[in-house]
Every structure is written in structure tokens, then in C-alpha cells.
Design a protein around this ligand. Structure first.
Ligand code: CO
Length: 497
């Protein structure tokens, strides 16, 4: 393997990690007065990284390496393949187009925040029209097999196309809607309002820390801070992975499940091979696979009865007033209550995917040119009503709720549902492979599951594409089967249906 190429790839990775540190600091501790200077620092580092990537020297080193890579050397193969991919994506886009997208989306994000606050879609629509046009230009330059949307989705989920995601999502929708209807007729069911009582923040911090340690988050190679929007960010490879949490004193799930979710992301990052830090071998396979790790710990583990069998006593002792008349059963029911709601980020495990399917169908139509920007609110409300049986009262509750489109991130949403499906399929396999998995979870022993994930998924970095990884780990291609089986069983038990 060409040492020069590896060093160059690592330098690009190092520069990217510096901009991640700038970003992390801005989201956590930077005083407001630092904004302007920080934007300049950030732009400089990003430019340096970009220039290093698309330079003549990288191209020459890459071409030379491509001719000499040993087929058995998977490290070299992965580094060369993924560097080629990044190089092509970057080199195919003219600097002027990249600059215009960055500029437009930063203004559009601002317009979105105001439009959402006043629920005025018309204020965002000129920006969306512009961004869709710019992203179509990106797709044309990058190239695609069937439709421009594929080129955009491929950035987040390599190998995924609209044509292969669409039937999976359709099938999922066909299974979800009847189950949701059964839940609705079986009401009342558990009472999620018990989670809206008073939960003092300092005590929430205690339980969150305890859960993070229990599932294996390594505080020697990571830290936890507070931010408005929770996230996980890797600063220095597997040895420095940072998460944030948001504490709401009248809504316990935000911190509990936010922490488990971000820890799930962090466990993946901490489990990537350290010896390959700053190269694609020490990067996640895709956003969908990343989300499978966060959703597995948040939902498959963190919302299971087994998990709370162990942790409920501690929660009860921390919040004796809020949970005075509650029990493990009522708590477990509350954290798993199913109900149609307008806001994606607050949705339960069953309805969550419907929110994603709706967005996927709309954004695919936008990029195809089948849906005009001015028609988005009506199309949203019509689809939403059909899927959920309720209609948003305004666009803030509907098509204006998410930041993604105003950032030009078309093709991102599907990775959330792909993550849920991968998570369930991986977990079903883990259950087959690990003897007594539920008993271990109930005994607060998560080492076997984490070890399994490290061995099967984490240590491979970007070696395998998502589709290939799923096939290797579970011996079958991605399907909705595991997720549907899991969610049906859970919902039927909780609602006695
Ligand atoms: Co996530």
C-alpha cells in the first residue's frame, strides 16, 4: 500500500477532525460572540481539506494505487475505493456550485427557522425552489443509474436507490397502517402523560450517566455534554467520541432515550479500528448503519421490558414523587405508547416510519419534477391524513417541521427508516447468536451484545457497503420482516390486542 497516499488520506481526515472540533465547541461551549470568527476558521479548514482532496497529487497517487492494489489487502482496497468515491464526488462538482449551495443553504436555514416560527410556507418556498434546482445540478454532475434522486441518496447510503427502497417502504406501510388502526380501536392503553411530570434535572443526569456506563460507553474515550439538539461527534477517531444530551424537566424521555440513542452512535465510533484512524477503514459504513446502532440501543434494548426490569428501581428511587403510584408495567407502557402525532421527532416506534415514508415519497417527487414547491403543503396534508387519520392544523406542524430540506439534504430521510430496519434485523440475529440475550439485558450485562456488534459490524469500518454488511451479518438481504415481527409482538402485548 502506497504510504504517500495513506498519509495524504490521513491528512484530509485530520483536517476534517479539526473542523469537527470547531463545530463541537460551537454547539457546546463557545460564547455567542465567537460566531463570526468561528465561521471563518471553519471555512478555512474545510477549504484546505477540499483542496487537498481534489488536488493533482491526490489524483496521481490514487491512479497509481488503483493499478497496484493487492486483491487480498482489504485495508488498501477499502482506502483506495472510498478515496476514489470521495474524490469523484468532490472533483465532479465545480467550486462555484459548491459555494452556491453552501451560501444558499445557510440563508435558507435561517429563512426556514422564521417560516416555521410563523408557519408561513410561502417564505421558504423560493429557497426550496432554488435548492432543488441546485441539487438537481449536483445529481446530473455526479451521475446516476435511474433517477437524479439516486445520486443524492447515494451520498448518505452508498448503493441505495429509490427503486430498491420504494418497495420496502411500501410493504412496511402496508403492515404498519392496519396495526396502527388496531391500536387506535384498542384504546386507552398505557398513559404516556406520566412522563410529563416533574423530573429534576440533576437526577436525570444521574440515571443517564448510569445507563451510558451500563451499555458500555467509554468515558475515557468520550465525554457527555449538554446542547440544544443532541448529537454524537467524533473528534479524534475512536479515542475521542463526544455525545450531548438535552434535559427537559417536564419530559423524561428526551434525556433518557436521547442519551441511549447518542450512546448507540458513540459505541459504533468507539468500536471502529483505532489503528486505521483518519482513514475510511475507521469510518462508519453509512448513515443507515449508523442509525441502526443508535436505534438498537435506544429502542430494541432501551425500550425493552428486560432493560427496565433492572433500571426501573433506580428511576423510581430518583423520582419518588413523579412515580409514586407507578410500576414497572405502567412505566414500560408509557415509554412505548403508540399514537399518531404530527411531529416526527416525537413519534413512537410504530408510527415513526410512516413519517419517513411520507417525506421520501414527497422529496422523490420534488427531485423528479413531479411535485411543484407551491404544492408541497397540500400534498403533505393529504398524504398525512391518509396515513395517520389526522390533519396538521398548520405547516409548522406539517411540512415545515424539519430542517433537512432547507439544508438541501434531499435523500437523507430514508436512512432513518433503513436504520430501524437494519437494527431489527441485526438484533434478531444477535438474539439467535447470543444465548439468553434478554436475561443478560435484565441483569444489566450488555457486554455480549456489544462484543457481537464490535465483531460483526464496528471493526469493519467502511470495508463493506451497507447491503453487503447486512447480508454478511444476517445471511439475508434487508427486509421488513424482523422489524414487523418485533413491533407487532411488542404492540400487541402492551395493548392486549
Ligand atoms: Co441518530
Amino acid at each position: 500500500m502506497d504510504v504517500k497516499l495513506v498519509e495524504r488520506v490521513k491528512d484530509i481526515g485530520r483536517l476534517k477532525s479539526v473542523s469537527a472540533l470547531l463545530d463541537w465547541d460551537q454547539e457546546t461551549y463557545m460564547p455567542a460572540g465567537g460566531v463570526a470568527a468561528r465561521a471563518e476558521q471553519y471555512a478555512l479548514i474545510e477549504t484546505l481539506a477540499h483542496q487537498k482532496l481534489v488536488s493533482e497529487e491526490t489524483r496521481t497517487l490514487l491512479e497509481r494505487a488503483e493499478g497496484t492494489v493487492d486483491a487480498d489487502d482489504f485495508v488498501a482496497e477499502t482506502i483506495v475505493r472510498e478515496t476514489r468515491r470521495s474524490y469523484d464526488r468532490a472533483a465532479k462538482l465545480p467550486a462555484e456550485l459548491v459555494r452556491e449551495i453552501a451560501h444558499t443553504s445557510s440563508l435558507a436555514k435561517d429563512a426556514w427557522a422564521k417560516a416555521r416560527a410563523e408557519s408561513r410556507f410561502a417564505d421558504l418556498s423560493p429557497w426550496l425552489t432554488k435548492l432543488i434546482d441546485l441539487k438537481k445540478q449536483v445529481a446530473e454532475r455526479i451521475g446516476y443509474a435511474a433517477e437524479p434522486y439516486d445520486a443524492l441518496m447515494d451520498e448518505f447510503e452508498p448503493g441505495a436507490t429509490a427503486a430498491n427502497v420504494d418497495p420496502v417502504f411500501r410493504e412496511l406501510r402496508e403492515k404498519t397502517v392496519p396495526l396502527l388502526n388496531r391500536v387506535m380501536t384498542a384504546r386507552p392503553g398505557p398513559d404516556p402523560a406520566i412522563l410529563d411530570r416533574h423530573y429534576p434535572r440533576d437526577r436525570q443526569e444521574k440515571i443517564c450517566r448510569r445507563m451510558a456506563e451500563a451499555i458500555g460507553f467509554d468515558f475515557h474515550s468520550g465525554r457527555e455534554d449538554v446542547s440544544v439538539h443532541p448529537f454524537c461527534m467524533t473528534i479524534g477517531g475512536p479515542g475521542d467520541v463526544r455525545i450531548t444530551t438535552r434535559y427537559l424537566k417536564n419530559f423524561l424521555p428526551a434525556a433518557l432515550f436521547g442519551t441511549l440513542h447518542e450512546c448507540g452512535h458513540a459505541l459504533y465510533e468507539q468500536g471502529l479500528p483505532k489503528e486505521h484512524v483518519f482513514t475510511p477503514m475507521a469510518e462508519a459504513a453509512s448513515l443507515g448503519i449508523h442509525e441502526s446502532q443508535s436505534r438498537m440501543w435506544e429502542n430494541l434494548v432501551g425500550r425493552s421490558r428486560a432493560f427496565w426490569k433492572y433500571h426501573y428501581a433506580h428511576v423510581e428511587s430518583l423520582f419518588p414523587e413523579a412515580l409514586r403510584d407507578e410500576s414497572l408495567d405502567s412505566f414500560h407502557g408509557a415509554i412505548n405508547a403508540v399514537r399518531p402525532s404530527f411531529i416526527r421527532v416525537e413519534a413512537d416506534e410504530l408510527t415513526y416510519n410512516l413519517h419517513i415514508i411520507l417525506r421520501f415519497e414527497l422529496e422523490r417527487a420534488m427531485i423528479r419534477g413531479d411535485l411543484r414547491v407551491g404544492d408541497i403543503p397540500a400534498a403533505w396534508n393529504e398524504k398525512f391524513t391518509r396515513m395517520f387519520g389526522i390533519t396538521p392544523e398548520n405547516d409548522a406542524q406539517g411540512c415545515l417541521q424539519d430542517i433537512h430540506w432547507s439544508m438541501g439534504a434531499f435523500g437523507y430521510f430514508p436512512t432513518y427508516t433503513l436504520g430501524n430496519l437494519y437494527a431489527a434485523q441485526f438484533f434478531a440475529q444477535a438474539r439467535q447468536d447470543i444465548h439468553g440475550l434478554d436475561d443478560r439485558i435484565a441483569a444489566n450485562d450488555h457486554a455480549a451484545l456489544l462484543g457481537w456488534l464490535r465483531e460483526r459490524i464496528h471493526r469493519h469500518g467502511k470495508r463493506f457497503r451497507p447491503g453487503e454488511l447486512v447480508q454478511r451479518v444476517t445471511a439475508k438481504p434487508l427486509s421488513i420482516e424482523a422489524f414487523v415481527g418485533y413491533i407487532t409482538k411488542k404492540v400487541e402485548a402492551i395493548y392486549s390486542i
